[in-house]
Design a protein around this ligand. Structure first.
Ligand SMILES: [Cu+2]
Length: 316
């Protein structure tokens, strides 16, 4: 072994070690770049994010280190204009640089899917549809068993006993939250902490997106469909809900406050809201539309007329 080879191997080992440690450190930092973890699901997402940042940092630092090594140790001499060595191909190298990215992509995909499964945000009914219906046998399954039947039993067993049910209505441009058990409505979303919440998402007009960054949850609301959505808020506080799908002129005003409070405070809020007579809520889209239509100079460009301000018990 010559000195050069020993030096290179030593450098590779030291470099690999330093880059690995640094990448893990950067990955841990990723937790601080995001809003507070206000729902149980946010931990899963943040772990996944940290994992992706670690891999990203490792690749970035690895590539940068190789470039630096080449620049420092393999620099051509001044006035050396000759061509580099003619390399025809290297099967081993090509197999390696194809196999590693494939494995990496499969690893990221399976981990992401696992996180999605663990979140169970579509509720137990959705999980049933993911599996094979009773009539259709999977291509690889033994014909003697009906796996779907056992699947159903497991789902009902796991079903949470206490589910807080809330209807969410999205329209141009307002969010309305209905609490069917008490019959009250609100333009502010109040949620009890440490309870599994079941939302039934509906749109009255176009596509909207239910997005609460502090919960790391985002779901499109498709008109003409009721979408079941489940999660568990864990951290009392005030967060914001925004529309993640562009839905027209006053889309930017489609925001609502999300208040997570202890179950006791939540029930007090429900009781207080029930005593209030329903009245039209303040609606920025309707206000801005009226203002624009009262101005002396009219552009003549028509816009979608906002829905009337929602009539709710509680308007924040
Ligand atoms: Cu919208």
């Amino acid at each position: 072994m010559n000195i050069r080879l020993i030096f290179n191997l030593f450098l590779l080992m030291i470099g690999g070690f330093v880059i690995t440690i640094t990448s893990i450190f950067i990955g841990k930092q990723a937790y601080f770049w995001l809003p507070p973890q206000a729902a149980a699901e946010s931990h899963l997402i943040d772990d996944l994010f940290s994992f992706l940042v670690t891999i990203g940092a490792f690749i970035f630092l690895g590539v940068t280190a190789v470039i630096l090594y080449s620049v420092l140790f393999h620099r051509a001499n001044n006035y050396d204009f000759s061509d580099g060595p003619h390399i025809e191909g290297n099967i081993t190298l090509e197999v390696i640089w194809t196999a590693i990215p494939i494995m990496l992509v499969l690893w990221i995909a399976s981990y992401s899917y696992e996180v999605y499964e663990q979140m169970g945000i579509q509720g137990p009914s959705h999980l049933l549809h993911l599996h094979n219906p009773i009539h259709i046998q999977a291509a690889f399954a033994e014909a003697t068993e009906t796996p779907a039947a056992t699947e159903i039993e497991i789902e009902t067993e796991n079903e949470p006993i206490e589910l807080e049910k809330i209807n969410v209505i999205a329209k141009q441009w307002a969010w309305v939250f209905q609490y069917p058990e008490t019959g009250i409505s609100s333009t502010e979303l109040h949620l009890p902490s440490d309870r599994r919440v079941h939302l039934a998402l509906q749109s009255e007009d176009v596509l909207h997106g239910f997005y609460i960054p502090a919960f790391r949850l985002k779901q499109d609301i498709v008109p003409g469909k009721t979408i079941d959505f489940e999660f568990t808020p864990i951290r009392p506080g005030k967060y914001s809900l925004t529309d993640s799908q562009y839905s027209g002129t006053y889309f930017a005003t489609m925001q609502a406050d999300v208040v997570v409070e202890t179950p006791e405070e939540y029930h007090t809020w429900l009781e207080t809201a029930a005593t209030q007579t329903p009245s039209p809520a303040k609606n920025q889209a309707a206000t801005e539309y009226a203002q624009n239509h009262n101005e002396k100079i009219q552009t003549g460009w028509e816009t979608v007329k906002p829905a009337a301000p929602p009539i709710v018990n509680f308007s924040g």
